[in-house]
Design a protein around this ligand. Structure first.
Ligand code: ZN
Ligand code: ZN
Length: 142
């Protein structure tokens, strides 16, 4: 895939990013993503390809020991969840010019999803524990 353009609501934060062809776009239903985004955070993995235009007024919030949430400091738009080392950027599909191009194939922290809504399309679903296990080094290897 080639680099795609995106921006926040007011246009002060503009970026390019290249979605990883190996991962479908997905939803995180955890309480932090829901509070932060004000909805459901639909994002696509862009590896370390994300680049903001010079001077973009980014508001960066440390939400855990390893993760950060990036919003526009001017209009408040939800833009990116990233690891602190910036090797992994999950970019909001809503910030891209054509969000409809992304297939939503994944739902994580499914056990944190309120019962009041659900997606109609078929997805791969993972619980919070399954997601954490994927990123935590196995004790047996130590
Ligand atoms: Zn903005
Ligand atoms: Zn989340």
């Amino acid at each position: 895939m080639t680099a795609l353009k995106g921006r926040c609501l007011c246009g002060a934060c503009r970026f390019t990013a290249t979605p990883s062809p190996d991962h479908p776009a997905g939803v995180c239903h955890c309480s932090m993503c829901r509070r932060w985004s004000g909805g459901i955070f639909l994002s696509v993995a862009c590896g370390d390809s994300l680049e903001f235009e010079e001077g973009a007024p980014l508001l960066v919030y440390d939400s855990s020991d390893w993760g950060q949430r990036v919003s526009c400091a001017s209009c408040g738009s939800t833009l990116v969840w990233r690891t602190k080392d910036r090797s992994m950027n999950q970019v909001s599909i809503q910030a891209f010019d054509d969000p409809g191009q992304f297939e939503i194939g994944m739902e994580i922290f499914i056990d944190d999803k309120p019962g009041s809504y659900s997606l109609a399309n078929e997805t791969t679903k993972m619980t919070g524990a399954e997601v954490m296990a994927m990123f935590t080094p196995k004790e047996a290897d130590q």
